[in-house]
Design a protein around this ligand. Structure first.
Ligand code: GLU
Length: 564
């Protein structure tokens, strides 16, 4: 067969050569060891936590090494594309500190533009480029057209989904039949092609696979280690009948021309590696290094590991925004899952930004990483506890503006008051860890706002009502806001003593029967009267934020509610 002629027949409009493309997209000038990585999502409008997790690997590896991290939009499957998905994705990732140096970006008018010298970065705009290599493969006898009607196409589609079929009812006979069918596709003449083209028939372009599945190719995955992969003997499709490439073909051409050094993608692509190795060889490209990330799993009700499916809470990144996770908490959590030594590093470096952590491929889990809800909440509490008051105020009010407007109005009404509340227990070696999610803050601070204040706890009935009333009244009568914490507490002790309650806890513990109670009980009366709760942060701090008037009013109101 005259392959050159075949190539001209199939791609008459292609005049650009692979050499010209090599020149147009030259190797990048980067320091030794710099990694070029990419995120290559299909814009389906859904940002899965697994995607962010994978993206973090690429972002860390590129930026840690002084390399380039770029975004390529894989929109070859128009049926699945959702308008605005690419924009949404870029915005979501930037929320988590994942920013691209190059690639698809949002332009001034909100449209998707190309930023960088290796574009276009949207596969739908790269048809011309793919066709240059398609033509080359045909001219070298490594790919061939397959003219088929839609019906026939559907019939042989099964061959492309061999693995899928295998898991159902795959027998040796059907496999042999499929292979025979595949071989039959290879049999054609130039005249057949000319006739089909003249009739306006469409073709798919298939690779002419030379692999022997009995033979294995050694392959090293950066996280899964050394593997042996059976060679590919399947004439898989490179170009669909509309001239659009399949993932396999686009991957090889794009990652080569964009000079990707490390392909980081989900482990669902591992079974396709044999095809990719073959394709890189056919095209004369040096294959990139591969890192297949393990799927994120979750635990079901019975404690079994399950795939984190689209519908599970926490799969969609929007869930985290709505529930009020600080972006840094999500990023830190993902790092905890990604690198087994991150937590230890965090303990030793509580104040450093997580980007200072040296991400290490060797510390990645090779399969079935577990997403643990309790753990992410714990990480969030730690992250929020280390934030400054201003940071907390700003993130909390941003969240509330969208998700709890009533609460936002309160926060916005008096920012200084809100900040005083949010500053409780902040700073120092052991900051308080009251809340990890912005959606939890309201519940925690509600007693500071009359509009939200509810009495949740009562003073236990075991205490004499008269004692409670007397303690509260004396406290209100003697409250002097200029007292420092010591003087303030001395007064509470005096109230206790006057009622036959021990003011010294040690003495009380030694002989409780000698007292009606202790100063701790009196403090509890005041706490419940002021905050409506048995537990609250330091009472002196609380009342100094609430103010004298509101404190006294709440205490007197409580006392007044006691009969007798
Ligand atoms: N578009 C592919 C996907 O959505 C990307 C795989 C890759 O990163 O190469 O899974």
């Amino acid at each position: 067969m005259d392959y050159q002629r075949l190539a001209e027949l199939l791609f008459p409009d292609v005049t650009v050569t692979p050499e010209e493309l090599e020149e147009k997209y030259p190797p990048r000038k980067l320091p030794e060891g710099a990694k070029v990585t990419r995120f290559a999502p299909s814009p389906t409008g859904f940002v899965h936590i697994g995607g962010v997790y994978q993206t973090m690997v690429g972002e860390r590896l590129a930026h840690q090494s002084g390399g380039v991290f770029y975004l390529r939009i894989e929109d070859t499957d128009a049926k699945r594309e959702i308008p605005g998905a690419a924009e949404g994705l870029i915005n979501t990732l930037s929320r988590y500190g994942i920013c691209f140096d190059e690639g698809a970006a949002i332009g001034e008018n909100g449209e998707i533009i190309d930023r960088g010298a290796y574009g276009p970065y949207k596969q739908s705009r790269r048809a011309d480029i793919y066709h240059v290599y398609a033509k080359k493969l045909v001219a070298e006898g490594k790919a061939y057209p397959c003219f088929t009607t839609d019906e026939e196409l559907r019939a042989i589609e099964a061959a492309d989904k061999k693995a899928e079929v295998k898991s159902r009812e795959w027998t040796v006979e059907t496999e042999a039949a499929q292979k025979a069918e595949m071989r039959r596709l290879r049999e054609f003449t130039i005249e057949d092609v000319e006739r089909n083209l003249a009739a306006g028939n469409k073709f798919v372009l298939r690779i002419l696979a030379d692999g022997d599945p009995e033979k294995k190719t050694p392959f090293t995955d950066l996280v899964k280690g050394k593997l042996e992969i059976p060679e590919n003997d399947e004439d898989f499709v490179l170009l669909k009948s509309d001239g659009i490439p399949t993932y396999h073909f686009a991957h090889a051409v794009d990652d080569h021309l964009m000079r990707t050094t490390h392909v980081i993608r989900g482990e669902e692509w591992l079974p396709s590696v044999a095809k990719h190795i073959q394709l890189f060889r056919y095209l004369g490209f040096k294959p990139p290094k591969y890192l297949h990330t393990a799927q994120i799993m979750r635990l079901d009700e019975n404690g079994n590991k399950k795939k984190f499916s689209k519908r599970d809470l926490g799969a969609n990144m929007n869930d985290y925004e709505r529930d009020g996770y600080a972006p840094a908490a999500v990023s830190e959590y993902l790092l905890t899952v990604l690198n087994s030594n991150f937590e230890e590093w965090r303990m030793q470096n509580p104040d450093k930004p997580f980007t200072d952590f040296k991400f290490d491929i060797k510390k990645m889990c090779a399969s079935g990483c577990l997403f643990d809800r309790a753990k992410i909440e714990d990480v969030s509490k730690n992250v929020v506890s280390r934030m400054s008051t201003d940071e907390v105020y700003s993130q909390l009010s941003d969240w509330a503006r969208s998700y709890d407007p009533d609460f936002y109005a309160l926060l916005d009404r008096d920012p200084d008051y809100a900040k005083a509340i949010l500053s409780i227990g902040r700073g120092g070696k052991k900051p308080r860890k009251d809340y990890g999610l912005w959606s939890e803050v309201k519940e925690f601070v509600s007693f500071f706002y009359d509009e939200l204040f509810r009495r949740e706890d009562e003073i236990p009935a075991s205490f004499s009502r008269a004692d409670v009333k007397r303690a509260l009244t004396e406290f209100a009568d003697t409250l002097d806001f200029s007292d420092d914490a010591n003087a303030w507490f001395e007064k509470i002790k005096a109230v206790a003593e006057g009622m036959g309650y021990a003011s010294d806890m040690r003495r009380y513990k030694a002989a409780p029967e000698e007292y009606r109670g202790s100063v701790a009980d009196v403090s509890m009366f005041i706490r419940v009267a002021v905050t409506g709760r048995m537990n609250s942060p330091d009472l002196y701090t609380v009342i100094h934020i609430l103010g004298a008037e509101r404190t006294v009013a709440r205490v007197r109101e409580y006392a007044a509610g006691i009969d007798g």
